[in-house]
Design a protein around this ligand. Structure first.
Ligand SMILES: Nc1ncnc2c1ncn2[C@@H]1O[C@H](COP(=O)(O)OP(=O)(O)O[C@H]2O[C@H](CO)[C@@H](O)[C@H](O)[C@H]2O)[C@@H](O)[C@H]1O
Length: 482
């Protein structure tokens, strides 16, 4: 089966968050199942060099104000279709933000262009290759099914995947003209959202199937609390919505081979993990204390991730002799508040504001526990990396966090199946309790070691979920053929 992915980021080339990890890993698992997956992605500066190794397959004189080309290249085990359109993607700043940190003014056009080319490849194929199914990811690819629908032509089915409904891609309705969108579909049943163009909304309304990244989030999305205004539409499409849990790339995230670690380790050589802890303590300038856990956070610093709650719980953590190493970037106020906390308690709290892939591996390798107090979390990947590295996840019971961590309650401890700590409802008090429970458990090395081993044994790769994607794609293709 031929599958076209359309997405705005892909690890290890361009990454601002978990979307990139998924786009960079699930295609490899699908290829193992005898599928060909090609990923259409803009040729941002970080990807431009790959063009030299690519084949030119498509040339357009004008794509929303400038010329565009699509190159095909095999890079790091992935088939990329690089959309080169210098006027849209060859810029300094980040892939979504300008150098001052504001959204690029023309993001609607930039990702409208990505979606338009995705639809074109769906309709006409590229270089003799034709997708049997298209998987569009997040709002940046939300217009793919819209452009297909308005073409009126026979097109492959589309699966729209929601990685985070908080980002919907809402833009001025007047952009319909410049984007070449049909006014006939600009209705509440189509891609209109209260007078705006809703990229994700259009995608959800017009895709053949909708997936999200965990079963629990698929249920949560149907409620006003989590659906963020799209719960009604999603309820109307409930029978087409499934939650397929994310996996991780087991080669990139492997404590047995990870080059960012001081000492590599396995579930059988857990003692070797201690050297990594010492390295993190040194690197972050934290005091060492063998009697209390070293916690880490690797995250966007936002209220979604509950990091304002954690800030208030830090005194509890310090009281227990625990330490906290934070790696993150995001809301300026939270960045300042965390820096201030680190200045106040330099031996107990240390913060690295920035984005650093290698440091994130080092932290997973050297910390005892990872804190993820998210208010909502579609799936979450850092708890999966934590499980893989025996770094106990301490998580809010929501979305994919609820689906992937087994709480260390007394029954689970007795049955030796616990893999982490969960807390609910998501408040400062329950988070503090969870921190205290983690510190208590850490003082029982036998329980703690069993939990680490269980965590490391969890199936966190793509094997199972890639099969579910394949089944979903196959069923759609069969339906189309009937
Ligand atoms: N400062 C930093 N330095 C280095 N690495 C950093 C970092 N901050 C974050 N990261 C990395 O970025 C990724 C974050 O992925 P998550 O899945 O946890 O959340 P995100 O909200 O981005 O993704 C959304 O999409 C994914 C994918 O579907 C869902 O799992 C998730 O719930 C949803 O919110 C991880 O690989 C993490 O290690």
């Amino acid at each position: 089966m031929n599958v076209l992915f359309v997405a705005s980021e892909c690890a290890p080339f361009v990454k601002t968050g978990g979307l990139a990890d998924v786009i960079g890993s699930v295609p490899k698992a699908l290829e193992q199942l005898d599928n060909t997956v090609k990923i259409l992605i803009p040729a941002y500066p970080a990807l431009k060099d790959w063009i030299k190794h690519g084949d030119l397959l498509l040339e357009l004189e004008d794509l929303f104000g400038g010329p565009a080309r699509v190159y095909s290249v095999r890079a790091k085990g992935l088939n990329l279709l690089l959309l080169e359109a210098a006027h849209l993607f060859d810029r300094k700043g980040t892939i979504y933000l300008d150098e001052e940190g504001y959204d690029w003014e023309d993001n609607a056009i930039r990702f409208g262009a990505l979606s338009l080319i995705g639809a074109k490849i769906g309709l006409d194929g590229i270089g003799g290759w034709k997708p049997d199914v298209i998987n569009a990811h997040d709002w940046q690819a939300g217009l793919v099914p819209v452009y297909l629908r308005q073409s009126g032509r026979k097109a492959p089915p589309v699966v729209m995947t929601i990685h985070n409904i908080a980002f919907q891609g809402l833009f001025d309705g007047a952009l319909r003209g410049p984007l070449g969108l049909s006014s006939g579909l600009f209705t509440p049943d189509g891609f209109e959202y209260w007078g705006h163009i809703g990229y994700l909304k259009g995608g959800i309304a017009m895709a053949d199937k909708i997936t999200t990244v965990s079963p629990t989030y698929a249920e949560e999305l149907l409620t006003p609390e989590f659906g963020m205004g799209l719960e009604g539409l999603l309820r109307s499409r409930q029978s087409d919505l499934t939650g397929i849990l994310n996996g991780i790339d087991l080669d990139i995230w492997n404590p047995e081979t990870d080059k960012a670690l001081t000492k590599t380790f396995t579930a059988k050589t857990l003692k070797r993990k201690a050297a990594n802890r010492t390295r993190v303590e040194e690197k972050f300038g934290l005091a060492s204390n063998p009697d209390a856990p070293l916690f880490c956070v690797i995250s966007r610093l936002t209220t979604q991730k509950g990091l304002d709650l954690l800030l208030k719980s830090i005194p509890t953590l310090i009281k227990r002799g625990a330490r906290l190493a934070v790696l993150g970037t995001g809301d300026k106020k939270l960045e300042d508040d965390y820096r201030a906390m680190a200045d106040r308690f330099p031996e107990s709290v240390s913060v690295e504001i920035g984005y650093d892939e290698e440091l994130s591996h080092m932290l997973q390798g050297g910390s005892d526990a990872i804190l993820i107090p998210s208010r909502f979390e579609p799936c979450g990947l850092t708890q999966l990396y934590g499980l893989r590295y025996g770094t106990i996840p301490v998580v809010a019971r929501t979305g994919g966090l609820a689906d992937t961590v087994i709480d260390a309650n007394s029954a689970a401890l007795t049955a030796s199946c616990a893999t982490g700590i969960q807390f609910s409802p998501i408040t400062i008090e329950t988070l503090e309790k969870a921190i205290n429970r983690t510190c208590d458990l850490f003082k029982e090395p036998k329980h703690w070691r069993v939990m680490m081993r269980r965590a490391m044994e969890q199936e966190v790769g793509w094997d199972h979920s890639a099969k579910l994607y394949k089944q979903l794609f196959s069923s759609l293709i069969e339906e189309r053929a009937d």
